[in-house]
Design a protein around this ligand. Structure first.
Ligand SMILES: [Cu+2]
Length: 398
């Protein structure tokens, strides 16, 4: 129903027709109004110019700027997601600019002036074509976004039996364990099978006694106080890399190969996140009972390098330091790495990395001090103003 103004006596009247309204508001001469409008337009121009200058002068190149804050993806799936994000933001910006333009057009060129002042504006309700148009357009926008989202999501979640490397990822408070379940070598030598039934040596999921020993006080036991023997979903492999308070676990992976990740948590819910994969997935204890899809694949890592990995689910005291590193190396170097570790079960991951001429320690993040009763200094020789562990060497060859 169209809203009408009614005079107290029941006689319909436009407010402007009532005496005194015009006088009460006064009014500026038309010339002054035009000059103030052009001033407003100029101001908008200056602000837009400054915003553009800020963008250009911050030193981002165009491709950085077009990612709108996202990291550069290093997998085909990440690139698809990055493109979806970029185009979604562009669509949102076009819509935003259109709306801003309409707002500024209205407030600049449809201000009350002497002629219009006090006159009830023309009403445009019940314009059926217009209403149908602005109902239909958002539906079309949603449908297009939905279509491309589903296409990309299906690709990101797709799995096949073609993985060349299968990795078991185990998250625990507050670190990571990576095991190689199977590897198909690049050089054609027989497939490596590394799965080990049962609890392997170096089990990081020790019972309450060991936890007490390490931390100086008993901690609440996670996973509902269940014992180790019930956590049969946990995977153990011959070659494993376990993070500790003095070493960041480095997950070595080959470039250009399909890789499968199997996720499981030993205690509470964590989340496996490599920002450059533009992907994270929750890591749950008892994944089957919790009805989670704990397996995902990437079709390849497109370049060599070190990429930080993080826990993205608030999982307790040291959640923020629960980091790891993905080290992408050439397929040949990866073959050599697996063979070295297979032949030298006592060797550390750092030694294996050195053996393939890789920086033995993480270069993207550093370990953390787990001691609760810290006096602020790291070890006897530590610098209280530098909280980094003395034993770690960030940086190194990139
Ligand atoms: Cu966590």
């Amino acid at each position: 129903m169209q809203v009408m103004w009614h005079a107290p006596g029941g006689v319909s009247a436009h407010p402007g027709e009532q005496e005194g309204v015009k006088l009460a508001h006064g009014g500026r001469p038309r010339s002054r109004q035009v000059s103030s409008t052009s001033r407003a337009v100029k101001r908008v121009g200056v602000v837009a110019g400054l915003a553009l200058a800020a963008l250009v002068m911050t030193g981002c190149d165009a491709r950085d700027a077009m990612r709108f804050g996202w990291p550069e993806g290093i997998t085909p799936e990440a690139k698809q997601m990055g493109d979806l994000w970029t185009w979604s933001v562009i669509a949102a910006l076009i819509m935003g600019i259109l709306v801003w333009a309409l707002i500024f057009w209205t407030i600049s060129f449809h201000r009350a002036n002497d002629e219009k002042k006090g006159v009830f504006p023309r009403q445009t309700a019940y314009n059926v074509p217009l209403e149908l148009t602005y109902t239909a357009i958002p539906f079309i926008i949603i449908a297009v976004l939905f279509y491309f989202t589903v296409i990309v999501q299906n690709d990101v979640e797709s799995k096949n039996n073609d993985s060349k490397v299968v990795v078991d990822v185990t998250a625990f408070q507050w670190n990571w364990k990576f095991g190689y379940r199977s590897v198909i070598f690049d050089d054609g030598t027989p497939r490596y099978e590394g799965a080990q039934p049962g609890v392997g040596e170096g089990n990081p999921f020790a019972g309450p006694q060991e936890r007490e020993m390490h931390h100086g006080e008993e901690l609440p036991f996670p996973a509902g106080g269940r014992d180790d023997d019930i956590r049969t979903y946990l995977r153990f492999d011959k070659i494993e890399t376990i993070g500790s308070s003095s070493e960041i676990p480095i997950l070595v992976l080959p470039t250009g190969k399909r890789i499968e990740f199997n996720l499981a948590a030993a205690d509470v819910i964590h989340s496996f996140w490599v920002p450059e994969f533009l992907f994270k997935r929750d890591v749950l204890p008892f994944p089957e009972q919790n009805h989670t899809d704990n397996v995902f694949q990437i079709s390849s890592i497109d370049r060599e390098g070190a990429f930080v990995g993080r826990c993205a689910e608030m999982c307790g005291t040291y959640h923020s330091m629960m980091n790891f590193e993905v080290r992408a190396v050439s397929p040949q170097a990866f073959d050599a790495y697996i063979k070295f570790r297979d032949r030298n079960p006592q060797a550390t991951n750092a030694q294996a990395l050195e053996a393939i001429c890789q920086e033995p320690k993480s270069v993207t993040t550093v370990p953390f001090d787990t001691r609760r009763k810290s006096d602020g200094s790291i070890g006897a020789t530590g610098d209280p103003n530098n909280t980094r562990l003395a034993s770690c060497s960030p940086g190194g060859p990139q």
